[in-house]
Design a protein around this ligand. Structure first.
Ligand SMILES: *[C@@H]1O[C@H](CO)[C@@H](O)[C@H](O)[C@H]1NC(C)=O
Ligand SMILES: *[C@@H]1O[C@H](CO)[C@@H](O)[C@H](O)[C@H]1NC(C)=O
Ligand SMILES: *[C@@H]1O[C@H](CO)[C@@H](O)[C@H](O)[C@H]1NC(C)=O
Length: 168
């Protein structure tokens, strides 16, 4: 019983010494609201068993340019930075990968030029959606073994594409 009290009080001390939420408000906000909302709804249909997207949380960090796998345009301006990179490749050797469905909210990220979703275990990726990201230069969807989908002619719309990897 005494031991239990000991651990409970340590827990309380740790909780009290945590920084408050308002820390986040002092961080420069570069992320565009519409794109942050798109990322959050993209996350909703994913199954993230390995907590890969734990930084994708407006309570912890509202600037989505600082979220894991996300990069924004690198101008000096403190506002209006579009998301240009989304690198969420998984790893089977380290057993870290995402599952679930890649939602069409991704199509909101129209400035995206780099998209890597390789080595995950998604159930569904709609290639027609991805083909609407007309600024894509690099597209890697390789080794998503659960996705069986015909390759639609729409991918031909990606005129800026220089790398396309659909292996596996
Ligand atoms: C950004 O800032 C650096 C130095 O602070 C400057 O050299 C550079 O030209 C700026 N870039 C743009 C695009 O304004
Ligand atoms: C695509 O991703 C896989 C796995 O992350 C990587 O091994 C491969 O080199 C990438 N393909 C290209 C063309 O970059
Ligand atoms: C993309 O290509 C398809 C057929 O290849 C076409 O029907 C569609 O209108 C095109 N979409 C855009 C946005 O250009």
């Amino acid at each position: 019983m005494a031991l239990l009290w000991y651990f409970a009080s340590i827990h309380l001390i740790l909780l009290l010494s945590m920084p408050k939420n308002n820390v986040a408000q002092h961080i420069k906000m570069r992320c565009i609201q519409k794109e942050r909302v798109a990322l959050l709804s993209f996350k909703q249909t994913l199954v993230d068993e390995f907590d890969i997207l734990s930084s994708w949380d407006t309570h912890i960090n509202c600037d989505c340019c600082n979220w894991r796998g996300v990069e924004c345009t690198n101008t000096n301006s403190t506002t209006h930075q579009h998301i240009i990179t989304l690198d969420l490749h998984g790893s089977y050797s380290y057993e870290r990968y995402l599952m679930g469905e890649v939602s069409s909210s991704l199509t909101q990220l129209s400035y995206l030029n780099f998209l890597d979703l390789s080595f995950n275990q998604f159930d569904r990726i709609v290639l027609k959606d991805i083909a609407s990201l007309l600024n894509l230069n690099y597209l890697n969807l390789s080794y998503n073994f659960h996705v069986y989908t015909p390759i639609p002619p729409h991918l031909g719309n990606l005129s800026k594409l220089s790398v396309l990897d659909l292996r596996g």
